[in-house]
Write a protein that binds this ligand. Sequence first.
Ligand code: NAG
Ligand code: NAG
Ligand code: NAG
Ligand code: NAG
Ligand code: NAG
Ligand code: NAG
Ligand code: CU
Length: 609
Amino acid sequence: MRSLLLLVSTLLTSSFALQLPYDHILWGPGGLASGGFVRRQANTTSSAAPTTTSRAPDSSCKNGPLTRSCWSNGFSIATDFDEKWPNTGKTVYYTLELRNTTCNPDGNGDRTCLLFNNQLPGPTIIADWGDTVAVTVKNLLPDNGTSIHWHGIRMLNTVTEDGVNGITECPLAPGDTKIYTFRATQFGTTWYHSHHSAQYGDGAVGTVIINGPAAANYDIDLGTYSVTDWYYPTTFQINAIAHQNLQVQAPPPPGDTILINGTNKHPTSGGGSYNKVKLTPGKKYRLRLANTSVDSNIRVSLDGHKMKIITGDFIPVQPIDREWILLAIGQRYDVVIQANQPVGNYWFRAIAAAPCASANRFSALSIFQYDGAPNADPTTTGFTVPTTCADEAPLVPWVKNNVPSESFISQAQNLDVDLGRQQVTTNGESIVVWAVNMTAIDVQWEKPTLQYLIDGNTDYPQVSNLIEIPAGQQWTFWIIQETGGTETRVPIPHPMHLHGHDFYILGSGQGIFDKNVNVADLKFDNPDRRDVTFLPGGGWVVVAFPTDNPGAWLMHCHIAWHIGEGLGVQFLERKSEITLPGSAWQQTCTNWKTYYNGNPAWLKDDSGL
Ligand SMILES: *[C@@H]1O[C@H](CO)[C@@H](O)[C@H](O)[C@H]1NC(C)=O
Ligand SMILES: *[C@@H]1O[C@H](CO)[C@@H](O)[C@H](O)[C@H]1NC(C)=O
Ligand SMILES: *[C@@H]1O[C@H](CO)[C@@H](O)[C@H](O)[C@H]1NC(C)=O
Ligand SMILES: *[C@@H]1O[C@H](CO)[C@@H](O)[C@H](O)[C@H]1NC(C)=O
Ligand SMILES: *[C@@H]1O[C@H](CO)[C@@H](O)[C@H](O)[C@H]1NC(C)=O
Ligand SMILES: *[C@@H]1O[C@H](CO)[C@@H](O)[C@H](O)[C@H]1NC(C)=O
Ligand SMILES: [Cu+2]
């Protein structure tokens, strides 16, 4: 069915292409109903004047300041990236060396940091849509393994490259090297980070830009702008305290500060520095915001300027303006900022989001300076801070997709699953119920799930929290329920992240999901789509995705302490079609076992993820 629809929608796109103006927004929402899917349709009603560049995005229109929706021959913002991506024939190569070093990002003093190429954040990986990306990761840490995850990358048919130790690979032993190779089937902004316990909190993160078309025009791409919480003790120390606190239902310790693009000024000593961004009056800038926190959901804002959201995670959306943007851990927003205010200096602010139960001892500032403004700290005041904790909404995906509702609605009526039950379970058809009641996942680093598949072993330990999605399903629907109350021990919003896919967010709410009430309010018609979403504290979220990527994939809370405690599940998707790994993968395991069985300095003391 999907391939038939692809054919129909491709024809539609190309036949409308020549009439489109390219001055601002190019395609509006439309719909082509057929079977379970509704696909995009070109909007030809706009009468905006064409610009000097080509008017045919899907054949000869070139990407430029006034034609950002164009990309290259046959590809544009209207392309359905589930179905096709450019064949560039190009591979971009990067080398990341992970070292144990020191850093001092805000002038508080040196501390141990685990950094890629001695940078915080690590080097930005840049590729074009459709490129192959090959990253050589060298683990130069003397005392820790590592495993690098490429957050939000679909990893279509490349589950061995997902970098989740204990599921898709063994950790890289100290001294070991792995070349992670994958295709950039989507475009936008993301990040990479270690998935080896809480290691990324000590600095083992970096950002990724996949160049492609955009939903609004801009002159200059400022690149990635990461915001993160930061602790003065190491993450391994905080992780241990967070786990102790959880036993007595106390929150983890708050962060000590927040870093914007890796820097901030120290709260008391005035050491460190503000990151500075220069603006030319009249120009439009694209800024790629990414939250690389371990614990804090962060709100950001630029005084006096609205930010136009054009992408949420990897999904281009109908542009909307915001004064503040809330970034859950792992979420990204690409925004366009217009330098249309009086020449001067403006504060950019990043604060912990109290309504999301995020806390920090401090906040972060950086400076946006117009050409011609003096070198001085801004004196601007901020916009009023919102009091909510939710994904930015409504975000309307540019390429329209509907989720088929019939099978879910009928199965939900017969659903006989105790939502407080301490496990992940399925009705044997399309629905998975995950009752989050600290049913802790615990992976075996030396025996990843893919090794079970190689061995033909289905004797997965209970603590692997593994569920097999029934074969032959086109869509899988997940009801994720936080049971609330004291049993859960963490009744706060959780930023839930999915590997190998993004998900459609059909709805969320407070209390226990009630099939008799809540099903009717779910949104199946072009719902928001992303790879991290909030599970409300003491509430539920329903997500759906097509089972189009064979693999063993993790779904988990992105609060480092929570996944360390085990707030995650894994699922096997189209098991018989998973490409099993070869000898280089096995060598990583051999090297790991040699290291780990030979008196390592440290032993695994959490979920391992
Ligand atoms: C097409 O775009 C125009 C201008 O943005 C808008 O007014 C109109 O409602 C859109 N039509 C459809 C069918 O979406
Ligand atoms: C990093 O170096 C410090 C100081 O030598 C040491 O205490 C720590 O165990 C090392 N950590 C890792 C992960 O290698
Ligand atoms: C990693 O190194 C840190 C020290 O930097 C140590 O506290 C931790 O236990 C180590 N973890 C593992 C699993 O080796
Ligand atoms: C972020 O920091 C890097 C490294 O210092 C710098 O090259 C980049 O321009 C900064 N980004 C922005 C948006 O200022
Ligand atoms: C980053 O995510 C954390 C945890 O979800 C959140 O508390 C914080 O507000 C987010 N940061 C931004 C800038 O949105
Ligand atoms: C959560 O699990 C605990 C056992 O650890 C159980 O006593 C409690 O009833 C569960 N909560 C719900 C809402 O089922
Ligand atoms: Cu959580």
